[in-house]
Design a protein around this ligand. Sequence first.
Ligand SMILES: Cc1ncc(COP(=O)(O)O)c(C=O)c1O
Length: 400
Amino acid sequence: MPSYSARLGRTELAATFAMAARARALRAAGHEVISLALGEPDFPTPDHVIAAAHTAALRGETKYPPLSGTEALKAAICAKYLRDQKFTVSPAEVLVTNGGKQGIFNVVMSVIDAGDEVVIPAPAWSGYEQTVRFAGGVPVFAPCRQAEGFVLQQAALEAAITPRTRLLILNSPNNPSGAACDAAGLAALAEVLRRHPQIWVLSDDIYEHLLFDDFRYAALAAVAPDLADRIITLTGVSKTYAMTGWRIGFLAGPAAMIKACTVVQATATSGVSSIGQAAALAALTGPQDFLAGRAAAYQARRDLVVDRLNAIPGVVCHRPNGAFYVFPEISGCIGRRTAAGRVLESDTDFAEALLEEAHVAVVQGSAFAMSPHVRISTATGEAALERACGRIAAFCAALR
Ligand SMILES: Cc1ncc(COP(=O)(O)O)c(C=O)c1O
């Protein structure tokens, strides 16, 4: 039997996909499952975006697109970074990627060799760890405590850095905690980074428009312009415009880094779908006023879920500033027995039992490098969230 690469053995499919697949299987078997496992907006892609893609296809925009993105989209991305991130970039400093995920892959593959360390504040989206391991790098988690709102502190960052550190991956607002870091918090991290000039920073700001309670977004490269020559800022259309299926992300960073990322991307996939780029152009240049309404809807859902969870004995849930996740701590449930007789020894046990006994899919905190927690996606209508919270409360009330 021919063998597989050692690289493949260092990675696996994310627990998020596994949980969503189990939820689908239970549903196919006739159960009424509420899935709060996936990080995907339930809103539709705006009609004007779909129309722009249709028009582009009819117009013949169906050939190989330029490697780094169409000139029109790159110009719109530069205008977007000035409008939202508050810093200036030229078209040579931006790259269109196949979703934000390929942007992360491009950066990691550009700078990480075997044994290089990457600091990842935890809890963290599993995509970072997987990509770093795939590249042969070593993830080093910097803990962000719930008591500090899951925001990375200077001391935790400093403690995670070693002479082997090559990259720091920041993510604000954060998946899975929803925590967002304000300008003062970013300035504090920049102080640490100034002492370590060998470190690149990938700032994953893909949830930039999902912010609550008048929280003011800030981009690290705008807060610390003196570090801009080693910061790459990732955004995209997936979460902001409900365009997860279109697979369009953006990187902005120093021209030499963008060139490196273009080489990685050319090796893997070449340029990004021409139709998707036309759609992204319409999203960036079209109306933006509906975004505030969507953020308000996510805020109402956050409040509903956080209030319901905090009323459950054994569950403690921080109220996050952004994204569409909450990340309750469930230590009060660990070591107890479910109504069906399972002993919950970990957050994985909790998530599996909740799915099988209460038909609610969530993702275990261990998939995000922090336990015992679960991630609950609030990208679902309020009625379903209400019912899911009722089931979680009943499941926890039945623990012995
Ligand atoms: C923090 C974070 N970054 C990047 C991505 C990837 O985004 P995309 O769907 O555009 O590849 C996700 C998707 O879940 C995410 O949560």
